[in-house]
Design a protein. Structure first.
Length: 297
């Protein structure tokens, strides 16, 4: 049925709700209609109404779980999917959805378990392999992540998302030459990807090439006028390490203003602090004073 047909069916069913407020089949069917019209919040409302009158447990928990997933209520989605998991132990749709729900809930180890199960049912699905790799990245296990991203690369060597992930993993294990190779491949596919250009800038920065780092950050602004807060911060790092403190403070200020979550600004500054120490002497007291000054400029 098309969305138009489901709309027509809704117009016929909704008037009966007042007459039959506890009728499971009516409420459940209304929920299904909203589900197929992609109105997931209303679908959830009616599925929950139906559930209160579901004495035989006939509720479609797959649809309810998927509806929760679409509005990013991942833990509720997981609860629904787990209710029907024993009935469908090899249902690839359900396994995929559970893997994605656990990923959305930031339960990365469990997500990997389900994605691996899915890979066993449907081998060589690049989405699945990439998802396993991405989850390993969230666990900071970059060696395991690389294994899966490189398997995707064997199938598709033109996917900029996967190329960036490979570059990021190599960068994270300090294999900078390999990281640059894959970032360059990514830019060959999409030359306007500001994120990739920023990562190239960071590799130059950690390798001591401040001029190249600054050029990369400037290039990122050219391809994306709404430069990311991290690009602005990293530009400040380059200037500060070059002794140009006035310019550095200006970029730090712009970065601070661009961060929606100000706590994230301070967390990123603290994470980058050890890198600054490779270039300059910057006592903790002076570094904290710098951060304090940025917020009052």
């Amino acid at each position: 049925m098309s969305t138009v047909q489901f709309k027509q069916e809704l117009s016929q069913l909704l008037p009966y709700e007042e007459l039959l407020p506890s009728h499971f089949e009516l409420l459940h069917t209304i929920g299904v209609c909203y589900y197929h019209r992609y109105d997931y919040r209303k679908a959830i409302t009616y599925f929950k109404k139906a559930e209160k009158n579901d004495h035989d447990k006939k509720l479609d928990f797959k649809k309810l779980g998927y509806a929760y997933q679409q509005i990013k209520q991942h833990k509720k989605a997981i609860d629904c999917f787990r209710k029907v998991e024993p009935e469908y132990p090899e249902d690839s749709w359900l396994i995929r959805r559970m893997a994605m729900a656990y990923q959305g809930a930031r339960q990365y180890k469990t997500s990997i378990t389900y994605f691996i199960k899915l890979d066993q049912l449907k081998p060589n699905d690049t989405y699945v392999l990439d998802s396993i790799g991405w989850n390993y990245q969230q666990l900071n296990d970059y060696t395991s992540a690389l294994k899966y991203h490189l398997n995707v690369y064997k199938v598709d060597n033109k996917d900029p998302w996967n190329l960036d992930n490979i570059g990021y993993c190599y960068m994270s294990i300090k294999s900078y030459k390999k990281a640059m190779t894959f970032y360059a491949q990514s830019l060959a596919v999409d030359s306007s990807n500001a994120w990739t250009i920023r990562q190239i800038g960071w590799v130059h920065f950690v390798c001591g090439n401040l001029k190249n780092a600054l050029n990369a950050y400037r290039k990122s602004y050219k391809v994306d006028r709404k430069a990311s807060p991290q690009s602005l911060m990293n530009t400040g790092h380059v200037y500060y390490c070059s002794g140009q403190k006035k310019q550095a403070r200006e970029y730090y200020r712009r970065s601070y203003e661009a961060f929606e979550n100000k706590e994230r600004f301070f967390a990123d500054m603290d994470n980058d602090y050890p890198m600054l120490l490779q270039y300059i002497q910057l006592p903790t007291k002076e570094f904290n004073a710098l951060k304090e000054k940025i917020t009052t400029m």
